[in-house]
Design a protein around this ligand. Structure first.
Ligand code: KG4
Ligand code: ZN
Length: 326
């Protein structure tokens, strides 16, 4: 089946066309205009989505060579996310579906991240333990054999991506610096400095203490020292984040007795994380890097699975801002 999908929950405007799990077009634009403010400005994100959504659709239709009348299903992220940003994609997609008399399915953003794994591994069968590590979330999800999704727990404070971005800010990288910090870290010694690994209850994480310890580490030392030792500091800081994710995932896997692990979300692009998870676990899966960050392809795959279960989202439904809905 052919699905048209939209993702506008934060600072990426994305429109994708899929035929089952095969991507025919993926037009994803990151709003770089937020960089000068050091964080996403919701009103600017909504305006950027408004400006980008129609050209994104036109380009996706052109690239895929699909006529809108050939589309079997229209979908969009329903939440969680920035409400103004969500409203743009969700309302646009609903209107298209109404006008073209197509079925419509609203998709949860976190569940879409989980389904990103099926873009690369369409044959992968649950049960699966998911670690979703992104800028806004660091959570475990359990997908059972019948694809029912359960939520064992997640971070008590910051998300892992936030720890990367805040660490990057402390070290002087421009927003969002997570990927840049990781790039520098890969040139350093991960054991040179000792950063704390928080001990937290089963299925939970905590990253705020780590971030604070980096802040004091930097404050206590001369600027010259920080500059000269940047790769080792970044590497040791990254190691602490990766170790916490690794240790808690191993604990969760043992508790739930699940063999297959999938790591998804923006932080799953991290090379050190991929290496250490592959060393530790026999069966661990990662999405292609283009599908780790926010994109409409993952929305499309999740929409197909909901559609096949008979789920349709009524035209009078609204976006929501927190998971789980309600
Ligand atoms: O999934 P995502 O695009 O957006 C959310 O839904 O939050 O995740 C973005 C997060 C940012 O915090 C970014 O710094 C982080 O993913 N990220 C990385 C890397 N690439 C992106 N963190 C660590 N290493 C990377 N290579
Ligand atoms: Zn996301």
């Amino acid at each position: 089946m052919k699905v048209l999908a939209f993702e506008t929950s934060c600072d990426e405007t994305s429109c994708a066309i899929l035929e089952d799990n095969k991507v025919l077009a993926n037009i994803t634009t990151t709003h770089i205009l937020h960089r000068e403010y050091g964080g996403v400005i919701p009103e600017l994100a909504s305006r950027a989505h408004t400006a980008l959504i129609l050209p994104s659709l036109k380009t996706a239709l052109e690239i895929s060579k699909v006529n809108i009348e050939e589309i079997d299903l229209i979908s969009a992220t329903q939440g969680p996310g920035l409400i103004g940003a969500l409203l743009v994609g969700f309302t646009f997609a609903k209107s298209l579906a109404y006008f073209h008399k197509k079925p419509f399915v609203g998709v949860d953003h976190l569940e879409a991240h989980l389904y990103s794994i099926f873009l690369d591994y369409p044959e992968l069968k649950p049960p699966l333990l998911f670690l979703l590590a992104s800028g806004g979330h660091t959570e475990f999800f359990l997908m059972e054999e019948d694809e029912e999704i359960k939520y064992p727990g997640g971070t008590l404070d910051d998300a892992a991506g936030e720890a990367f971005d805040k660490g990057a800010k402390i070290l002087g990288f421009p927003y969002p610096g997570g990927a840049k910090l990781a790039e520098i870290a890969d040139k350093g010694d991960p054991e040179r400095f000792e950063f704390p690994r928080a001990k937290t209850p089963l299925f939970s994480f905590s990253f705020s203490g780590l971030k604070t310890s980096l802040l004091y580490f930097v404050k206590k030392r001369p600027k010259k020292f920080i500059k000269e030792n940047l790769p080792d500091i970044a590497s040791s800081y990254q190691e602490a984040i990766v170790d916490m994710l690794l240790e808690k995932t191993e604990e969760a896997k043992n508790e739930l007795k699940i063999e297959k692990i999938a790591v998804v979300g923006g932080v799953s692009a991290n090379e050190r994380l991929r290496k250490k998870f592959k060393e530790k676990f026999k069966e661990v899966y990662f999405p292609s890097k283009i599908y780790t960050s926010d994109n409409a392809c993952m929305v499309g795959v999740r929409a197909i699975s909901l559609f096949n279960k008979g789920i349709r989202t009524p035209f009078d439904s609204s976006p929501y801002t927190v998971y789980p809905e309600g």
